[in-house]
Design a protein around this ligand. Sequence first.
Ligand code: MN
Length: 401
Amino acid sequence: MGAFLDKPKTEKHNAHGAGNSLRFGLSSMQGWRVEMEDAHTAVLGLPHGLPDWSFFAVYDGHAGSRVANYCSKHLLEHIISASLNPPAAAAAASSSSTTPTPEAGLSGPAPTVEAVKAGIRVGFLKIDEHMRSFSDLRNGMDRSGSTAVGVLVSPAHIFFVNCGDSRGVLCRNSHVCFSTLDHKPCNPREKERIQNAGGSVMIQRVNGSLAVSRALGDYDYKCVEGKGPTEQLVSPEPEVFEIARAPEDQFVVLACDGIWDVMSNEELCDFVRSRLEVSDDLERVCNEVVDTCLHKGSRDNMSVVLVCMPNAPKVSEEAVRRDAELDTFLEARVEEMIEKSGDEGIPDLVTVIRQLSTESIPNLPPGGGLASKRSVVEAVYHRLNPHREEDGNGADLEEPW
Ligand code: MN
């Protein structure tokens, strides 16, 4: 469990790209935590003869960023290598090799669904076995671990891959049509494995300590004698779900628990859908997700990857106009509150926001609500009260509302 800063670090890391009839944007932010332990991957067009495949993932590190960072750079290689090589060859390959055979798959047919699913599983187990040989992870100097949630997108399928409690969702026909299931120690299947390995689940944590039951790394929880790698207290085995792509597919969102702690699957999909009608800048949409979650009270690192399919919502003039009207309305309300403040003086920003949250404001973004318009409120407040800027940035303001 990480410590907290006096005020959140709100600088964001962004990236975007387009290809294979997909567009992606991503945003990550340290937030209130003392360390940034999240990492991510976004690759359009895969090496080794899979130019029309793509891969996206979010990794939520804990007890350090080493495992999350290593996986963000190398998990894909392990998966491709295992998917393109028959299991026997993969098993026979040296466990210390991280370089896929260069010629593998170059001229061969695309791997079958079953080969990909098996390859993803083997890739996870192999990278976990491989990292265990790193001296700092072996000798316990570094005790880090990481969740991983990702999608491997082929022309015909979306393979959702999950290990841990980050989450991926697919929005199709304006509804959440699929979401991965979090691996929590209390889940009956997870609990059974933990107990069979001689552990227990207390305060919803593995041995009262780790809040997630599957992860890469975390070797302290992977040394029960006589048990295989997928029978340990914490397992690196991913769950893989293949979904046939449909023309109605709109977008996939991958995010760590810093996002899901304060937004449900439906809320996040509603919010993303409504923002895509206002802007086609996917980095901006992801930044709005992250900022909204901060203002909704998330205290964790936050990472979100948004992958848009051809049928994703398009910018509509009507939505843009409504959004601009909302901003104007909020600005006018803040001005009014400040102008009408009498003897008791100008209200502070928290009071202004609390007041707004009690009012019925038309056309707030679904799923985001007033929290998603905090920057608009702050901007007009600071414009009218430049001398109160210091107060307005205080840590005490960042409360759920
Ligand atoms: Mn987290």
